[in-house]
Ligand binder design. Structure first.
Ligand SMILES: *Cc1c(COP(=O)(O)O)cnc(C)c1O
Length: 380
């Protein structure tokens, strides 16, 4: 058993073996200390612990859970998904070149534009889900290729293995934002990506009460990983031990939640697809979705919890239906146990989303209650 890698559900449920050695507790304690003692010989009593910004046992435990779920060589936690993204982008040299997928999480697009302009980095935003478009973008040398799979809220599905090949031909690293897939459904590093990123604020925590982000790598000896580790250590974007502990607690049920959320999302997507008020449903689990085959190959056990629904009647109809929903909370974010809905065109009007689009994050509620809620909201 010792030489056989454990499955995700086992790693998650047992928090990768984290227990409390002092009390024999089945659940680990929280280590809040910001500094650590030395002995009479001035040597650190616990050589791996010196100061709270360097590292912390609780954060290490949470990172170990994520590292194992991701199949990574190493994982590092950050105080938000954006802090993780920023740390990765900062490894690109001034005057370099980044190829980023267009139509991805709006916060990343906006930040990347500002950052690259400041640092004189050429940023090319392309529809990476189209292999020919990505191939053309990778014909010139680059430092980093950034994709999001599936993309939020366009729900496009890029072939990760192919993107890795193209990125490497351009001399670039491939980094994948897998927030909408979670490491349970899709492991980007196994498919050839160099860096995997997740907003742990979303499904990994899953209870809508922690903001966190994570980066994982395939090669912990690589230059980029050294730069990421140094940046976190020296610039100090660290997660607090309480948040790390809560994250580990939430992640114990990640595989179970993802299974139910994906099941609910697929049932709801199929239901909405047939609804007369609906113009289109963007969900990779639907056979008619252009990324369905790729998603079926690279997502294992479900298609995730996120979907976009375009209603007939534009923004007016979408906002009216949004206002009638009773179970779906009208709120930003995604991946929690409770279902959320957001009118993304109001949030990112410059991104060209159809006005009738509502983004749904499907939770673990009883699916018949969720269907009844959308049916009554779409009825008028
Ligand atoms: C939320 C999100 C982020 C940013 O993460 P934060 O934890 O909010 O900083 C990045 N990418 C995707 C796909 C997200 O949904």
């Amino acid at each position: 058993m010792a030489d056989k890698p454990l499955r995700s559900a086992t790693i998650a449920a047992q928090a990768a073996g984290a227990v409390d050695h002092d009390s024999a507790g089945v659940v680990p304690g929280i280590h809040p200390a910001t500094t650590f003692r030395r002995g009479s010989d001035n040597a650190l009593l616990a050589p791996e612990n010196q100061y709270g910004r360097d590292h912390n046992n609780t954060v290490r435990q949470a990172e170990e859970v994520l590292r194992q779920l991701e199949g990574a060589a190493a994982s590092l936690l950050f105080p938000s998904g954006m802090a993780a993204v920023a740390t990765l982008f900062r490894t690109a040299p001034n005057g370099g070149r980044i190829v980023a997928q267009s139509g991805i999480y709006w916060g990343v697009s906006k930040w990347a534009r500002d950052f690259c302009a400041r640092r004189d980095i050429q940023l090319d935003e392309v529809d990476a889900s189209d292999p020919e478009v990505l191939r053309a973008a990778c014909a010139a040398p680059a430092d980093l290729v950034w994709i999001e799979v599936p993309s939020n809220p366009w729900m496009k599905v890029t072939d990760v293995a192919q993107a890795a090949e193209l990125a490497h031909e351009a001399g670039a690293l491939l980094a994948v934002d897998g927030t909408a897939a979670t490491p349970v459904l899709s492991r980007a590093l196994d498919m050839g990506a160099d860096i995997s990123m997740h907003s742990a604020t979303k499904a990994i925590n899953g209870h809508t009460d922690v903001v966190a982000g994570v980066l994982s790598c395939r090669d912990a000896e690589s230059a980029v990983w050294a730069a990421i580790s140094d940046d976190r250590h020296d610039a100090g974007a660290i997660l607090g031990p309480f948040e790390a502990w809560l994250l580990m607690r939430g992640a114990r049920t990640l595989p179970l939640r993802v299974e139910r959320m994906s099941e609910n999302a697929l049932t709801l997507a199929r239901h909405l697809q047939e609804h007369p008020a609906v113009e289109a449903v963007w969900y990779p689990g639907l056979e008619i979705h252009p990324g369905h085959d790729t998603a079926s190959r690279q997502m294992c056990g479900g298609y995730g919890y996120l979907m976009s629904v375009v209603l007939h009647g534009g923004a007016e109809a979408a906002l009216a239906a949004l206002g009638r929903l009773q179970l779906f909370h009208r709120a930003t974010s995604l991946g929690g146990v409770e279902s959320l809905v957001e009118h993304r065109p109001s949030v990112e009007p410059q991104s060209g989303l159809p006005g009738g689009l509502l983004r749904l994050s499907v939770g673990i509620e009883d699916i018949s209650d969720l269907i009844a809620d959308v049916d009554q909201a779409l009825a008028c």
